[in-house]
Design a protein around this ligand. Structure first.
Ligand SMILES: Nc1ncnc2c1ncn2[C@@H]1O[C@H](COP(=O)(O)OP(=O)(O)OP(=O)(O)O)[C@@H](O)[C@H]1O
Ligand SMILES: [Mg+2]
Length: 306
């Protein structure tokens, strides 16, 4: 079975900046993959390209094995149902003039699924699935707390039963207790629906409890990826280690100023391996090959010595 989502050498250039540099990443069926890295490392840009919501400079996006990189908007339409995204700030994504029931039902209307009546019934059933009372059906987004709004965003994203969900820091704006509730909700829905989730986050404790695998980005590149516990117990890249050792910062504004070792220090500390230490030999020209497989499923950016 092909993975739900596969990114191959995905690259994004802005005017003078390569924001995403040949990212290879796989989200297997029915699993949660975390994408972590400091602010500006290219996580959101990667997620947006994966959803075909921003132009792709180079590389490929495969949805269940189907290459959707170059599909026209019309050809994309049937695939849009299968891929949904939620953001940190769902308030700006929820139309303030629409009732919550209409907001949740809207994707069904856009894709012309069912009748007005069945669309509303389906929307109402989603209130329960995301832990909201149906009493909220005729209310408006401004009447909700941040956590409740995130529940609405989740219902709206999942009502089309997508295969892939990109969650871009869906809990970053929430208080600790509410954060845990939303994480539990995503975990339950993932299992119920067999969803595949790319979970973008700064929050390593959330990532550790939620994800099966982790991909670590630094300056647009993937520097390490492995099953989540392998990263937490045996991170090999100096940047990953710096990230794991960083003291959590509660104030989200302060986190923007968090400093790791300098790029030069990190570059100097990239580990070296001999070819004999690698699980699979590097293929010199193929993209993504600067990642060395040092244990089964554990890839790290490495210097290769002969
Ligand atoms: N529309 C744009 N035009 C030009 N540069 C951009 C644009 N969007 C993002 N960038 C730049 O691309 C780089 C990657 O940004 P991106 O938003 O993907 O990072 P991120 O890892 O999601 O960061 P954060 O954790 O702050 O959300 C940054 O240097 C950013 O300034
Ligand atoms: Mg981002």
């Amino acid at each position: 079975m092909p993975p739900a989502l596969e990114l191959r050498a995905l690259t994004k250039d802005y005017d003078t900046l390569r924001a995403v540099d040949a990212v290879d990443l796989v989200v297997p069926e029915n699993s949660i993959v975390g994408l972590v890295g400091e602010s500006g490392s290219g996580k959101s840009t990667t997620g947006l390209m994966a959803m075909r919501l921003t132009e792709i400079t180079a590389g490929q996006v495969l949805l269940s094995g189907m290459d959707i990189t170059a599909l026209s908007p019309v050809a994309m339409r049937p695939h849009r149902r299968a891929m949904q995204i939620i953001f940190q700030d769902s308030y700006s994504a929820l139309d303030p003039m629409m009732t919550l029931a209409d907001i949740i039902a809207e994707p069904l209307r856009i894709h012309r699924i069912g009748t007005r009546r069945t669309q509303r019934q389906e929307a109402l059933s989603w209130f329960e699935r995301v832990g909201l009372s149906r009493d909220y059906a005729n209310r408006y987004p401004h009447e909700l707390s941040g956590g409740q709004r995130q529940r609405v965003a989740v219902a709206r994203a999942l009502i089309l039963k997508p295969k892939v969900l990109v969650a871009d820091e869906p809990t970053s704006a929430l208080d600790v207790s509410v954060k845990a509730q939303i994480v539990n909700l995503l975990q339950d829905l993932q299992a119920d629906m067999g969803l595949s989730i790319l979970f973008i986050s700064h929050d390593l404790s959330v990532v550790r409890s939620l994800t099966d695998q982790l991909v670590v980005m630094y300056h647009g590149r993937v520097v390490e990826k492995a099953p989540t516990e392998m990263i937490f117990q045996n991170a090999r890249h100096p940047y990953t280690r710096a990230l794991l050792n960083a003291v959590p910062v509660m104030d989200p504004r302060a986190r923007r100023r968090r400093h790791f070792a300098t790029a030069e220090e990190i570059a100097a500390a990239i580990p070296a391996f001999s070819a004999a230490e690698l699980v699979t030999p590097l293929v010199p020209t193929n993209t993504g090959t600067r990642l060395a497989e040092i244990a089964p499923g554990h890839f790290v950016e490495a210097r290769i010595e002969r």
